[in-house]
Design a protein around this ligand. Structure first.
Ligand SMILES: *Cc1c(COP(=O)(O)O)cnc(C)c1O
Length: 347
């Protein structure tokens, strides 16, 4: 009954099927691109009677220093997911404007737009998973925000920087280009952060959920020039950063926190190479080179393999790409268990 009171858009909406909602049971969890490292933090629970600052200065300065931008170019949000929503809410008129994105890619661009009542233009990636710039150019009417994910989830590849520059040139004075860099800490040299100097309509999404091992914290950042950040500040909630989030983020972004993150990234990148090499030796299995803490793997029978691992307590993520399964990079033991199971499965 109450569902009928909801907006039509909301009635029709299928919520994002997160790994957490899908569930599963077992002891190897490689389905949500989470970090296997459960790091320790100190919490000081005083001053909880007071509201927090909307954009805590120390935390913003620390992330700005890490990202190589100025504090005025940083906005913190409840995960990168809130950044996606703010960008759509701030730049797209419901019913008139559209977003554009290029599947297979992250699911939240479509869901946020749908929730807000903003049209979605879909221009699939080319077979090599790079941008189809011609088709994007033909579909830019009414588009106010273009989302590009690099490294892309779930394919794992980097989007060509040259293509991103062409896209930025095509969209100047027309649309905001959002580069989702949720996994960039695993390959920091591939960031497009240097392009902020040239393009005022570029926004970059970052998060502490992946390489910083803080998915449960819900802390993300949007990087952009001050004028764009100011627009987002108009639509953000007044107190988006809970006090414990501020405290933990500051520790994660301290010198020792950053050193630990970089060490863990090296470890995970080595585990990814291990999985890649091991799976690549199994006849019929195709590996795609990945740049985040996950990889896409094509099996002769992806659905059956996904189910077999699931039934044996190894929880992976099925993907919309035929016969492909996305495997998060866990600790060495989890990777070994997974590799051993898959090797035996195909024997
Ligand atoms: C995980 C992920 C996010 C969301 O990150 P949160 O900060 O946890 O909201 C955004 N984009 C991509 C591509 C992701 O994989």
């Amino acid at each position: 009954m109450v569902m009928k009171l909801a907006r039509k858009q909301v009635q029709a909406l299928t919520p994002y099927l997160s790994a957490r909602r899908i569930g599963g049971s077992g002891d190897v969890w490689l389905n949500a691109n989470e970090s296997p490292f459960d790091n320790e933090y100190q919490l000081n629970f005083s001053r909880l009677n007071r509201y927090t600052s909307c954009q805590p200065e120390d935390m913003i300065k620390a992330y700005a220093a890490y990202a190589g931008v100025s504090a005025g170019q940083v906005l913190t949000t409840r995960g990168a997911d809130e950044g996606i929503e703010l960008l759509i809410r701030a730049f797209c008129e419901p019913g008139d404007d559209a977003i554009l994105f290029c599947p297979p890619t992250y699911g939240m661009y479509a869901i946020s737009a749908e929730t807000i009542g903003v049209e979605r233009k879909i221009v699939p990636l080319k077979p090599d998973w790079q941008l189809d710039l011609t088709a994007i150019g033909q579909n830019l009417n009414d588009v106010k925000v273009v989302f590009v994910c690099s490294p892309n989830n779930p394919t794992g590849n980097l989007v060509s920087k040259e293509d991103i520059i062409t896209l930025l040139e095509m969209t100047r004075d027309k649309a905001v280009v959002v580069i989702d860099e949720a996994y960039i800490d695993f390959c920091p040299e591939a960031s497009v952060v240097d392009l902020l100097a040239e393009f005022e309509h570029l926004a970059i999404l970052r998060t502490l959920s992946k390489a910083f091992a803080l998915a449960g914290l819900r802390c993300g950042f949007t990087l952009a020039n001050a004028a764009l950040i100011e627009v987002l500040q108009k639509v953000i909630a007044p107190y988006p950063v809970p006090l414990p989030v501020e405290e933990i983020a500051r520790q994660a972004l301290s010198e020792s926190g950053l050193a630990r993150m970089k060490f863990q990234v090296l470890d995970l990148n080595a585990n990814r190479a291990y999985l890649q090499a091991g799976l690549g030796m199994i006849p019929g299995v195709k590996i795609y080179e990945g740049w985040g803490n996950f990889m896409l793997v094509e099996f002769p029978d992806g659905d059956a393999l996904f189910k077999a691992t699931w039934d044996n307590g190894i929880i992976l993520r099925n993907s919309p790409i035929e016969n492909c399964v996305r495997i998060s990079v866990g600790n060495r033991e989890e990777c070994e268990k997974t590799l051993t199971f898959i090797r035996n499965y195909y024997q």
